[in-house]
Ligand binder design. Structure first.
Ligand SMILES: NC(=O)c1ccc[n+]([C@@H]2O[C@H](COP(=O)([O-])OP(=O)(O)OC[C@H]3O[C@@H](n4cnc5c(N)ncnc54)[C@H](O)[C@@H]3O)[C@@H](O)[C@H]2O)c1
Length: 259
């Protein structure tokens, strides 16, 4: 099917992550779940982490090469323990995929200090401390890859999403800071900036609230969680070995219309 459409047979790529160990946060739903399954398909051993309990289902769907972990990414101690768990169970850590995030909108005047703290604690600090502890482990095995889920909203502002946009713009700069500081350890750090992706959580909520957002992009359709997962798998793999410090939109070209 794929070969007919674009000459690519994705099965040719199976095994591109053989021997690698990855942590995926937010692995109970949406892009985290899809990414965990794709990494496992490619041969990686996966620690599927989430706060919801749904990570158990993801692991059940993957089978032998995955373990589930409960982790609240707004707590640095839990992220440190998550990295330790990966090393204890699988012997090393090659990839940290910081997917988990929360979304909330609303006018700036309605935003309380608590709202902003919550957004930054999960979306920005959660990814920062996940990456920080991943670096500690990756240095022991000669390198690795960090992938942080930013958003198109982190590159281009829109009304009623200031707190979310600030957190995601911070993720872009955090990604680049890790890239320039940790390149000497052969640790690459890149960000993915989705447009509207039809996920169980945030994506469907956004599409329901504003249906035109799903189709306004040049491809005229929303993205699928697996499409983000394939990009992540490429960035983690040795095929992405010279890609460092970039924030890649995956948005069907939506950003071109907004720039
Ligand atoms: N879906 C989209 O259209 C879209 C667009 C741009 C960016 N993003 C970003 O992509 C990432 C994934 O989005 P999605 O739509 O797949 O999400 P989703 O809502 O489907 O799933 C998010 C997962 O993160 C988990 N989570 C939330 N808070 C957590 C915490 N404190 N600790 C651990 N896990 C926690 C949830 O339990 C859930 O399983 C998020 O960072 C989101 O901001 C999504």
């Amino acid at each position: 099917m794929h070969r007919r459409l674009c000459g690519t047979n994705w099965e040719d790529y199976m095994g591109t992550l053989d021997g690698k160990v990855a942590i995926v946060t937010g692995a109970g739903s949406g892009m985290g779940k899809a990414t965990a399954k794709i990494l496992a398909r490619e041969g990686a051993k996966v620690v599927a982490a989430d706060i919801s309990g749904l990570q158990e289902q993801t692991v059940a769907e993957i089978g032998a090469n995955a373990i589930a972990a409960r982790c609240d990414i707004s707590d640095e101690a839990q992220l440190s323990a998550l990295v330790d768990l990966a090393v204890e169970k699988f012997g090393r850590l090659d990839a940290m995929l910081n997917v988990a995030g929360i979304g909330a909108g609303g006018p700036i005047e309605s935003m309380s200090a608590q709202d902003l703290d919550r957004m930054l604690n999960v979306n920005l600090k959660g990814m920062f401390f996940g990456a920080k502890h991943a670096v500690r482990a990756m240095k022991n095995n000669g390198g690795g890859a960090i992938i942080n889920w930013s958003s198109l909203a982190g590159l281009i502002p829109s009304p009623n999403s200031a707190a979310y946009a600030i957190s995601k713009a911070g993720v872009v700069m955090m990604t680049k800071s890790f890239a320039v500081e940790c390149g000497k350890y052969n640790i690459r750090s890149n960000a993915i900036c989705p447009g509207l992706i039809l996920t169980e959580g945030m994506g469907q909520a956004a599409a329901k609230a504003q249906p035109d957002r799903a189709t306004v992009n040049p491809l005229g359709r929303p993205g699928l969680p697996e499409e983000a997962g394939e990009l992540a798998a490429f960035l983690v793999s040795d095929r992405g070995s010279y890609i460092n410090g970039v924030a890649i939109p995956i948005d069907g070209g939506w950003g071109c219309l907004l720039a």
